[in-house]
Each structure stands twice: as C-alpha cells, then as structure tokens.
Design a protein around this ligand. Structure first.
Ligand code: PMP
Length: 380
C-alpha cells in the first residue's frame, strides 16, 4: 500500500540534497568549531557560511542569528531571555491564545515566577485584532509575542501592522515563524520584528536545529550556561552537520517558494472541490484569504477526529488532529477552542498539510479516501 504523508506541518522529510551536504560533516569534517586546528577551522567556516545564508534569507546580519536546538528553544530563549534581562523596565508581556505550546507554556512558566501575561483572543478565523492589542498595552509592557502563521489552522497574523504599531513604543516584538518560514517571504527590517524563531525540520532540514533572530540592540539573558558559543548567547558545541543541512534546506525553499505556494493552493482547492462534489458535510477552520498555503484544517461535524485519524491511517493516509504535540492524547485543540465554541466542530477536525514529495495524484487519493471514511463512519 502506498503511504501518503500529508502531515508536513508536524515534521517534513529531510531532502536528499540536505542529507548529501550533511554527511561529510559527520565523517571527515567532524571538528569542533571552537578548536584552533585545521579540523576546527573547517567546521567554523561551514557554520559561518550557513549563518550568512540564513541571515540573508530574512535580511538580518550574521551576528543576529543564534543557532538553537529548534523552534521550542528559540521561543523560550526570546521570551524568557528578554523578560529576564529587561524586567527592570516592566514585567508584562502580551501574546495570543492560539500560540504553539512552546510560547504558551513558556508564558505560564513566567507567570509562576512573578511576570504578567495577557492572552489576546482571536476571531473565528483565528486572527487577533490590532485594537485588542492596543487596549492590552500597559506602562509595564515590554514584549509582544505573536506567531506569524498558525500551525493548526494556518491563519496568518497581521505581523506588519503589529510591527508598525509597536515601532515607537519601546516594546519589543517576537514572532514565532516556525510554520511561516519557507512559504512566506520574511524581511525582519520591513516587519520591524526584533526576535523571530525558525525550525529546520519544517522545511526539509534535520530535526534538532533552528535559529533565533535577535536584533543587534536586544538584550537577552542566557538560558543555557557554559561555553562562549554563539557570542555567549547560547552555550554548547554547535551541531555543525545539522547547521550545514539547515543552510541547504534554506537555499532550497528560497529557490522554490513561489512555485510551492501556488502548488499548495491548488492542492487545497482540489481537496475542497472533491468534498464539494461528493456533498460531504465539512467546514474549513481558518482564514479563507490570509493563510499559510500548506495548511488545511477541516471539520466533519458528527465524525470524531480520532476515528478519522485511525481510519485514514489504515487507508495509508497520514494526517493530523492539528498539533503533533498534543496528538495521541486527542485533547480539544486550544486553537480551535479559542476560535469558536461549537464543540462538535472542534472535536471533528483534522489537518492536512502539504510539502516536499506530494503530487496531485496523492492529494486526490487522500481526498477520495477521506470521503469514503467520512461516509462509512456516518453510516455506522
Ligand atoms: N512553533 C510552532 C508554530 C510550531 O509549529 C512548532 C513545531 N510543532 C514549534 C514552535 C516547535 O518547534 P520545534 O519542533 O523545532 O521545537
């Protein structure tokens, strides 16, 4: 049976070219970038070059890129690091109710240690409003953390508007761009963001590597203590092979971004057309216009998420309940719960997410299998 992977927002396959460029850094170029000798210098050169490629991809400087173990660490580093280093100016931060747990649980941790957090609500498409943000800003607000694009429903937040609103306010702006990076052009100068998190495994790079963009003037308290790597901002020997692989993944997404965007929009439309033709009762969760092209979240009222996932898996189709981090325990999604109250809609949703290797044939097969599964469950 052909297995069709439509869960690229959870993680994506490593691109063969990424594997190829990584291998020499696991074998002959294994040096520690901090070593003075030739082995070390070879590794250092590779890390420097990757840093340059990655910085250029978001219009930042090399010194503003901090390699981390992924998106979670980048989010933690920005939020905890900034709040701790600047708490003399205020202890309040603003985020949204639909952030990834890497942000939400970090905020909860800060609340337990004397900081205050406002969680902005979202409309039924998953979007925050600038008016709500304006009303939540206080004298002691020093940080706003709003994700670029949502991992469960794909909704894009008004990042540029938030950036311009905060510009002259002495409030720093962090955005979790883990899902957006690779499908959306990002220019940190134009957006006026001071911190931005990215993870390699969502863009066909290896797992366990990501970066935090931290603008030059931003003061961060370290969250890891040890060596002087990453300009003393993140201790620990660099994951050289993964960094080199990350660079290759970045080059690949940059070459193909426009093409991929339109391809995923076509996939999305095809799935919805098939459901329409088959008269399947379903409703899209997210924003019709402002969304990540690779994420499609749909509810099938009357059909439980768990049954959908299990039956689709038996048919060889890998989709998700939304957030991989809460999958398995099938809890009601905090993202959908923030968007609307209809429990039936929340507990019958699944997420299709597209990526490298998917073909139109696979998309049609997945949609047709979904139709069969939904009809079968409803008949039961
Ligand atoms: N933020 C978002 C929006 C994500 O989708 C994810 C991954 N599910 C993360 C953060 C965490 O990234 P990582 O898996 O690299 O720690």
């Amino acid at each position: 049976m052909e297995r069709i992977y439509l869960d690229h927002a959870a993680t994506s396959p490593v691109h063969p070219q990424v594997v190829e460029v990584m291998l020499p850094y696991l074998t002959e170029h294994f040096g520690n970038p901090s070593s003075i000798h030739q082995f070390g210098r070879r590794a250092r050169q590779a890390v420097d070059e990757a840093r340059r490629t990655i910085a250029n991809s978001i219009n930042a400087s090399d010194s503003e890129i901090i390699f981390t173990s992924g998106g979670t660490e980048a989010d933690n580093m920005a939020i905890i690091g900034y709040m701790h280093a600047n708490q003399d100016r205020g202890k309040h931060l603003i985020t949204s109710a639909v952030e990834h747990h890497a942000v939400l649980h970090t905020c909860k941790h800060l609340e337990e240690t004397g900081f205050e957090v406002t969680y902005l609500p979202v409309d039924e498409t998953g979007k925050i409003s600038i008016e709500d943000l304006e009303q939540s800003v206080r004298e002691d607000t020093i940080l706003v953390s709003i994700m670029y694009g949502n991992n469960e429903v794909g909704t894009l937040q008004p990042i540029k508007e938030i950036g311009s609103y905060l510009k002259d306010k002495n409030i720093v702006f962090h955005t979790d761009a883990v899902q957006a990076y690779g499908t959306v052009e990002i220019d940190v100068q134009d957006l006026n963001v001071q911190f931005l998190s990215v993870s390699a495994h969502k863009i066909n790079g290896p797992k366990g590597i990501g970066f935090l963009y931290a603008s030059k003037n931003s003061k961060l308290a370290p969250t890891l203590f040890g060596g002087e790597q990453e300009r003393k901002r993140r201790a620990g020997t660099e994951n050289v092979a993964a960094i080199v692989g990350f660079q290759e993944a970045v080059k690949l997404v940059q070459e193909k971004m426009t093409e991929k965007r339109s391809e995923y929009e076509v996939f999305r439309k095809r799935i919805l057309d098939i459901f329409g033709e088959e008269n399947i009762d379903c409703i899209v969760n997210g924003n019709e216009i402002e969304h990540l092209p690779h994420v499609l979240n749909i509810s099938f009222p009357g059909v439980q998420t768990e049954s959908l996932l299990v039956n689709l898996d038996l048919a060889g189709i890998a989709v998700s309940s939304g957030s991989a981090c809460t999958a398995g325990t099938v809890q009601l999604s905090h993202v959908l719960s923030a968007m609307f109250e209809d429990k039936n809609r929340i507990s019958s949703s699944i997420r299709f997410s597209f990526g490298y290797g998917n073909t139109m044939e696979q998309i049609e097969k997945a949609a047709n299998e979904t139709v069969k599964v939904v009809k079968r469950i409803k008949e039961m």
